[in-house]
Design a protein around this ligand. Structure first.
Ligand code: SF4
Length: 188
């Protein structure tokens, strides 16, 4: 199966934007006008990982009618053993807050206002900027004449909630592009 660069970016974006859930779900989540993010599983419990920090606490999310109705720490998870901090306890807002930004917002260089754009536009733009920057900053040989084939104009930042498999794929992609500045949110 061939995967174009655009397909790869779409896949990565879909994974990053996956199930992000929290704890302490108040009644306010059912408020009218809130964003609708219905889950595939209509009833039951889903084990997941808190999205906020490098600790990676386990959570159990109760779902009814495709909506989150309860979230709590996973007592079987070796990291948190059923506990959650206040941030993890409040991250239900990631799904249901009316403040959540769900559309692409773009501010052009020099502009003082945001414009709404499509996801297709954003993916094309990202791919285009990566190509432009890589072409402009590519270094084939270093000052001693050694072949290095790298770009020094792009940095790559990961996060603690990414799985081993996601990170493996993303690091492969970064290395294939010649990116050498790879960092992790938990270390900076
Ligand atoms: S310490 Fe808090 S923010 Fe970090 S993973 Fe655990 S619940 Fe989430």
């Amino acid at each position: 199966m061939s995967v174009s660069r655009r397909d790869f970016l779409k896949l990565g974006g879909a994974t990053v934007g996956g199930l992000l859930l929290g704890n302490g779900l108040p009644d306010a989540v059912a408020a009218e006008g809130e964003p609708q993010f219905l889950l595939h599983k209509k009833v039951g419990e889903i084990a997941t990982i808190c999205t906020y920090c490098a600790v990676g606490c386990g959570q159990i999310v109760g779902v009814q009618g495709g909506r989150v109705v309860n979230v709590e720490g996973d007592p079987d998870h070796p990291i948190n053993r059923g506990t959650l901090c206040s941030k993890g306890a409040a991250n239900w807002q990631v799904i249901y807050s009316p403040e959540r930004v769900t559309k692409v917002q773009y501010r052009a260089p020099g502009s003082d206002k945001w414009e709404e754009k499509s996801w297709d536009w954003a993916l094309d733009r990202i791919a285009q900027k990566i190509k432009e920057t890589r072409d402009k900053t590519f270094v084939a040989k270093d000052k001693d004449g050694a072949t290095v084939n790298r770009t020094e104009g792009i940095a790559y930042l990961g996060g603690a909630q990414h799985t081993n498999e996601e990170v493996y794929s993303w690091v492969k992609a970064a290395r294939a592009l010649g990116i050498v500045y790879l960092e992790h949110q938990a270390r900076i």
